[in-house]
Design a protein around this ligand. Structure first.
Ligand SMILES: [Zn+2]
Length: 698
């Protein structure tokens, strides 16, 4: 249902077009938006057939703009006189048309009065749909973060912008269960699922925006957590079994001699579909045979395929949730604490173990990188102690290490085998750690897919050719395999930072604070009450309304406002409102407008105002409030090593800084053969240049 010009258009309505001269009408099926604003209606053209008595509905569906609709045709339709038509053909009504005409949409509900009585058969609640993201994680009830383990559930609304979603006040606490006596966060799932079913089918709520009661439907969009937890959620047994993975039936080898060819690891495998999950829970003990599971010559039972009956089966009852697709690959754990960690460990503990000279040179180069103007965060750890690196350390390291390896160690025979793996990992990270991709999203996904494939191929090549003892079969690691599913996730959920678990983990801090202040007899309820009170308080000062004893809507008055104004301090803010500490963001997505540019900063600039519509962006270096121009040089070495070579255009070409706007800040700390290098491993840089070249802007 969508409202346009004060008219509620429903799925199943036959509607008239704005332009009255068109004899056709339109049978509405569904609505969708594009670019966040334009609303489209999907449906079927409706014609009066010759003779004027019969109605023909086109079999092929069309999408039209909502604003072309004028009104609802309220003439009753006699379904017996309707036919489905296709060019030159007439059929009996196809099932889709029949159900649209005969069955009202499941969210179309009559407005009822307080006693539950119908007011007017023509009045229906407006519908608001607000998909939900669930998040689950381990937390601890102690300051030490080590003892007293809890499993928490929280949720947020998917339609909010990245920034709003990251704000603490938009995360809603559901429960925290102490992990003991066989209980865990999963134990609560059947209850949560019951609630989610009610939410999905719609609940009547007051909407401040519409100033009336509306029907709110909240389908579950995806569940955010780390991979082991996804497997648990999907009801799979321990990851040691033959088919450990929840999205497909890949078999991963744990030792080198058994490795398959590289295409096995980059390729697709039979998907573990929702139908398989449903078949698995249909019999107790998972004895049922799963149809079209991998062909091994023998029929495999659910149990062979590692399905196990769990409390999580309740999730399958949610129509909107599909365990194989709605569990997005978690970038933080897979790329940073997976592939990156393997490679950095390999570099330090295998490749450079007996080469202290290279190790020292590399450490010095990393240290020197702290002077780079192009990176807003620094890598301050010792590479030797990489075992204790955290996700945020890898984030910095992965942006600068490939650039150092391909330039300063370009001719180093010891490093030459592992360097290509870092280059390809750097490219993948540069692509994946971006908040939004504004243009050419399909092209972007293709680039990610290519980057994943080439990374896995290179890892595979490395493990089978490198003769130094001690490395693992990286191409066959579950975390590496997960990356092959990343393009699907990007298509379904948008850029990967949106389902990074980092933000949810920071929310744990707030849960922990509450946990420390309750007696823990009824943890979930007590913590929930604390969050609920804070959330109610925030709602009140945000101007939200509530129903008073005499059934009137009211808001906070002057005296409350006065009181808060006088007494508002950090203590009140934190205790009564739960603060609104924004999460720290360590993704190096610099705010390029806000910071003053100091000398020797490199960036891509554009003229602020230009009469020439085809004004091109250009690479420049800031020097005494002017910007010197640089241009890209072609170089085969640069192309395979994920960087660009640049040179100054001529000695006097420069533009005043205040005439320019900055489009993308660059990292150009390293040099190759005395020429400057644009480091494309910096997050966002690779895609920035790919899309520039695609659009021939450069
Ligand atoms: Zn797979």
């Amino acid at each position: 249902m969508f409202t346009h010009n004060g008219i509620d258009f429903w799925s199943g309505d036959i509607v008239n077009f704005m332009n009255g001269s068109t004899p056709a009408r339109f049978l509405v099926e569904s609505f969708h938006t594009m670019d966040n604003s334009a609303v489209f209606v999907q449906g079927y053209m409706v014609y009066i057939l010759e003779g004027g008595q019969f109605i023909g509905i086109k079999v092929e569906s069309t999408s039209i703009k909502l604003e072309t609709l004028l009104s609802i045709d309220s003439t009753p339709v006699d379904v017996a006189l309707c036919y489905s038509i296709s060019p030159g053909k007439v059929f009996h009504l196809i099932p889709r048309h029949k159900s649209l005409l005969e069955e009202p949409h499941f969210l179309k509900r009559h407005i009822l009065d307080e006693t539950g009585k119908l007011i007017d058969p023509k009045l229906f609640y407006k519908v608001r749909i607000s998909p939900i993201i669930l998040f689950t994680d381990d937390t601890s009830g102690n300051r030490s973060k080590q003892y007293n383990p809890y499993e928490s559930w929280s949720m947020k609304f998917a339609a909010l912008s990245y920034k709003e979603r990251s704000s603490i006040e938009n995360i809603h606490f559901l429960s925290a269960i102490p992990k003991k006596k066989g209980a865990s966060g999963m134990s609560l799932l059947p209850k949560i699922v019951e609630d989610f079913k009610r939410l999905k089918n719609g609940l009547v709520m007051f909407s401040a925006k519409d100033n009336e009661n509306v029907l709110v439907a909240l389908p579950l969009l995806w569940i955010k957590t780390d991979t082991p937890c996804h497997s648990e959620l999907c009801g799979l047994r321990a990851p040691t079994s033959l088919y450990p993975y929840h999205k497909c039936y890949v078999r991963l080898q744990r030792s080198m001699p058994n490795l398959q060819s590289s295409s096995y690891y980059t390729g697709r495998h039979t998907a573990r579909t929702k139908a398989h999950y449903l078949a698995a829970v249909s019999t107790s003990g998972c004895g049922s045979t799963i149809p079209d599971a991998p062909l091994t010559g023998n029929a495999l039972t659910a149990s062979d395929l590692c399905f196990a009956n769990r409390a999580t089966d309740a999730l399958l009852e949610l129509q909107s949730f599909d365990p194989s697709t709605d569990t997005p690959v978690e970038v933080l754990h897979n790329i940073l604490l997976g592939v990156s960690k393997y490679l950095v460990n390999d570099l330090v503990n295998v490749v450079l173990r007996k080469n202290p000279n290279q190790m020292a040179r590399l450490s010095k180069a990393l240290k020197d990188y702290e002077n780079s103007q192009g990176m807003s965060r620094k890598f301050t750890r010792e590479l030797r102690h990489c075992g204790s690196c955290l996700g945020r350390d890898y984030k910095v390291l992965l942006q600068i290490l490939p650039a150092i390896l391909v330039t300063e160690f370009a001719n180093d025979s010891i490093l030459s085998l592992i360097t290509p793996s870092f280059v390809r990992l750097g490219r993948l990270c540069s692509l994946v750690f971006v908040r939004a991709v504004r243009y050419d999203y399909n092209m972007y996904i293709d680039e990610v897919e290519k980057a994943v494939t080439s990374l896995i191929q290179e890892l595979h090549h490395y493990v089978i050719t490198c003769e130094i003892e001690g490395h693992n079969p990286y191409s066959s690691k579950p975390k590496v395999h997960l990356l092959t599913h990343l393009p699907d996730n990007l298509r379904r959920f948008g850029t990967a930072l949106h389902y990074e678990t980092k933000k949810g983990e920071q929310f744990n801090k707030h849960i922990r604070e509450h946990l420390m202040h309750i007696n823990r007899l009824n943890t979930s309820r007590d913590v929930c009450l604390k969050f609920a009170k804070q959330s109610a308080m925030r709602r009140i000062i945000d101007g939200g309304s509530w129903v008073s004893k005499d059934k009137m809507r009211e808001k906070y008055g002057n005296s409350t406002a006065e009181f808060l104004k006088e007494n508002f301090n950090n203590n009140v803010k934190n205790i009564m409102f739960g603060g609104s500490r924004d999460f720290a963001d360590n993704n190096d997505t610099d705010d390029i407008t806000a910071k003053a540019l100091c000398d020797n900063t490199f960036a891509v600039f554009m003229l602020k105002e230009s009469r020439d519509q085809h004004a091109h962006p250009f690479i420049g270096k800031v020097s005494s409030l002017r910007v010197e121009h640089y241009r890209v040089e072609s170089s085969p070495h640069a192309q395979v090593n994920n960087y660009l070579l640049v040179q100054r255009v001529s000695n006097d070409a420069s533009t005043p800084l205040d005439q320019l706007k900055i489009v993308c800040k660059l990292d150009m700390h390293t040099e190759f053969n005395n020429k400057l290098v644009i480091n494309l491993s910096k997050f966002g840089s690779y895609w920035f240049f790919v899309s520039l070249f695609l659009n021939r802007q450069y």
